[in-house]
Design a protein around this ligand. Sequence first.
Ligand code: PMV
Length: 331
Amino acid sequence: MKASATATARSNIALVKYWGKRDAVLNLPATGSISVTLDRLTTRTTVAFDDALEADEIVLDGAPAVAAGGERVVRFLDLVRQVSGRPVHAVVRSENDFPTGAGLASSASGFAALALACDAALGLGLEPAALSALARRGSGSAARSLFGGFVEMHAGEAADGSDAFAEPLAAATHLPLRILVAITASGSKPVGSTEGMRRTAATSPYYEAWVAATQRDLDAMRSAIRDADIGRVGALAEGNCLRMHAAMLGADPPLLYWHPATLEVMHCVWDLRSQGVPAWFTIDAGPQVKVLCAPGNAAAVRERLAGLPGTREVLEAAPGPGAGLAEGAVA
Ligand code: PMV
């Protein structure tokens, strides 16, 4: 049997973040999260299942995948084989349209594209919620990148994770927004998200407070998005991000993902706000800063960020579409 499909998916930025698991094996989040899918930072993945293969072959950005990246993909394919009952190996070719090693997360777009491509190639016909739950097994944030616009991931309560999936909250056009990504450093992060979450939950005295605050932030963010109120969305996103990093700082050993250039961007955003330019930042498990603002302020914000000595590049994104199959992609 030979079956292949090609899918694309884009990165997403969490406005209310996920940091902590209720089950590490099934990759179940301790809390829900809310994100916006971007219109760029795209992964394009082709998966080709073939009975003649004796092992999986993973090619990332044109090169055979090294250790961790490749193993995660093989583990995901193992899961697909289990779910589909088809013990067949595959060649996976995945390409990012953004520089690898630039410190931009690729697991969200990568596992969303891979989940959709596997579903199409094997004709699994998974419903959106089940497909999202499958992508979650690759990476929690990937569950959200299947959908466009503003998306909510549910923590769920079921032990088997069947209710831990994402679903759309509002269309990409619902709230006009720009996301400026200030790239301050390259290279992979010192502590990956899985170990970082484990360590924070196990050792930070602020972890329980972070979980409790996130429940409140989810309710507030849902209503701010519903009202298309960028001021409330931005302020909530910035506060939620700072609370997540406070919980990380309280871990033992501590987790500090910021560089001096990261702080430079944060102060610049506060400075812009004090001068009457509404902009808010959010930061994930790395040194890059994502700055949210209205489309009309994007040029001014971009110019200020680009002028900072520690900022290497500024990428501009808007809310974008969900994952999709490339045309003529299923064979
Ligand atoms: O899904 P992961 O393992 O890439 O973890 C995502 C963690 C954060 O980016 C920090 C927050 C989030 O919700 O995306």
